[in-house]
Design a protein around this ligand. Structure first.
Ligand code: FAD
Length: 457
């Protein structure tokens, strides 16, 4: 087995696998080094198992409305069954990823890669040194755990996928999408769930209507929200964990989960020796072709801090392979990327928030709030929200936000006209499909409100 390669990829996650597959397909001799499981965060302990758990938790809402459609349901839930079935599916996907790498001839190496210089990577366990014309760093990130006393008593999303049993209650610290999604999962599966967040509302960075709607929706599902507060320390108290908060309150919980952000995997990788510079925020600095400060080393995905989403890592990996191994310089456009929160309620967005758009000239804002049809036979009062933000007078669509059932599926398709630069008039030309929630986006008449000269009218 030769130790000389055209491309050595460190990290077999979303970005690394795509880059390796394409480069091998273009005829390059490729090695992929993965220290944990091929597939990376998304497949092994991110998007995929998360969404499977979300599906499991959503039965709670379905059972809740079932009676209004005439069903009587006696429901029971078994956590070990869910975990075992999820593990089986993840193992199947991992095998498919390995096969997809090996088919075009890439070598998959189970080890930890450490840079020696711009053209050599050492394997930590075997000591083997690989030489490469080009190296791609696609090492992703890891959950950040606050440096507080007793932090080791808590866990992160990594461990949440493998809990032996569901706790009786859980405190989740954080206000981002991972906190909202796991709160939905645990609450939906019957765990008494509390979110504590130092900010004033979950989903910082999202449109305000989506944030408020998410806050209300989580509370409607019995999730306690404690804002402007942080966890100060954890200590064991019998079978519980006693949590001290920044407001001096103490309370026991069955488990504590940190969803307090993620950091790039950059430490102990020999980046300095290889002359790879970091940004001020500690990510690997790259140009528009994902090239680092060392011209033979590239980086894609979460480790570059551009947009920590699987499809973005995949796009960056593909663009890298096009650029370096298909003689077709390709840069990824990060300016218009849709994103979803698979909580209950579901939220998905693309483009500018209302607050952002209001600083980009005169705009019109169209909002529809209505009961999703599935709730109309029951006493559930929750509202779905669809929102379109356009340049004034029927101009270009600048932002689109949806809260409620199917939000992500709706926004995925809205990404197409928005990427094409669609205007309100283009949306209006589309004939509605009835009865759907998405039809609201093509049937808006007068704006709900306008901004002129930055002033809301
Ligand atoms: P990763 O997929 O993290 O892959 C990096 C790989 O490198 C890992 O397998 C790691 O083991 C390996 N590695 C690291 N260092 C070394 C080394 N020195 N040697 C060898 N191997 C190494 N994104 C979405 O788009 N939608 C979602 O719904 C979504 N949900 C998420 C839910 C959770 C709980 C989390 C944590 C993330 C979620 N994400 C989601 C984000 C998504 O998982 C990441 O953006 C994506 O996986 C990034 O891909 P990557 O290739 O940059 O890194």
């Amino acid at each position: 087995m030769t130790d000389k390669f055209d491309l050595v990829v460190i990290g077999g996650g979303s970005g690394g696998v795509r880059a390796a597959r394409l480069a091998a397909g273009y005829g390059a001799k490729v090695a992929v080094i993965e220290e944990y499981r091929v597939g990376g965060t998304c497949v092994i302990r991110g998007c995929v198992p998360k969404k499977l758990f979300v599906y499991a938790s959503r039965f709670a809402d379905m059972f809740d409305v079932a009676a209004s459609f005439g069903w009587s349901v006696e429901a029971g839930f078994d956590w070990p069954t869910l975990v075992a079935n999820k593990d089986k599916e993840i193992a199947r996907l991992e095998a498919a990823y390995v096969a997809a790498l090996e088919k075009p001839g890439a070598e998959v190496i189970r080890d930890r890669g450490i840079l020696l210089d711009g053209n050599r990577v050492q394997l930590a366990a075997s000591g083997r040194v690989l030489e490469a014309g080009t190296i791609l760093i696609a090492t992703g990130g890891h959950p950040f755990i606050p440096d507080i006393p007793g932090a080791e008593l808590g866990f992160t999303s990594n461990e949440a996928f493998h809990l032996q049993q569901l706790p009786r209650s859980i405190l989740i610290e954080g206000g981002g999408y991972i906190a909202a999604e796991f709160a939905t999962i645990f609450a939906g599966l019957g765990v008494d769930t509390t979110i504590v967040y130092r900010g004033d509302c979950v989903l910082r960075g999202f449109d305000e209507d989506m944030r408020q709607g998410m806050s209300a929706g989580l509370q409607a599902r019995g999730i306690r929200l404690i804002y402007a507060t942080q966890v100060r320390s954890l200590r064991r108290s019998g079978s519980d964990i006693l949590v001290s908060f920044s407001d001096e309150v103490e309370a026991p919980f069955g488990a504590v989960m940190f969803a307090t952000g993620r950091r790039p995997n950059v430490e102990g990788y020999g980046l300095e020796a290889a002359g790879v510079d970091l940004t001020e925020d500690g990510f690997i600095a790259v140009d528009k072709y994902s090239r680092t400060s060392n011209p033979s080393i590239y980086a894609v995905g979460d480790v570059t801090g551009r947009s920590a989403l699987t499809p973005v890592a995949i796009r960056e990996g593909a663009a890298f392979a096009e650029t370096v191994f298909n003689n077709n310089p390709t840069a990824v456009d990060h300016s218009l990327i849709g994103t979803a929160v698979f909580a209950e309620p579901e939220v998905a967005s693309i483009g500018l928030t209302e607050a952002e758009a209001a600083t980009h000239g005169d705009i019109d804002v169209y909002i529809a709030r209505f009961r999703p049809m599935i709730n109309t036979l029951s006493d559930r009062s929750e509202r779905m929200v669809t929102k379109l933000i356009t340049a004034a007078g029927g101009g270009r669509v600048m932002g689109c936000h949806v809260l409620g059932p199917g939000a992500a599926e709706i926004i995925q398709l809205v990404t197409v006209p928005m990427t094409m630069g669609a205007t309100k008039a283009d949306f209006d030309r589309a004939v509605a499909m009835h009865p759907t929630a998405a039809e609201e986006l093509v049937t808006f008449r007068a704006p709900t409100h306008r901004y002129r000269g930055g002033v809301k009218l």
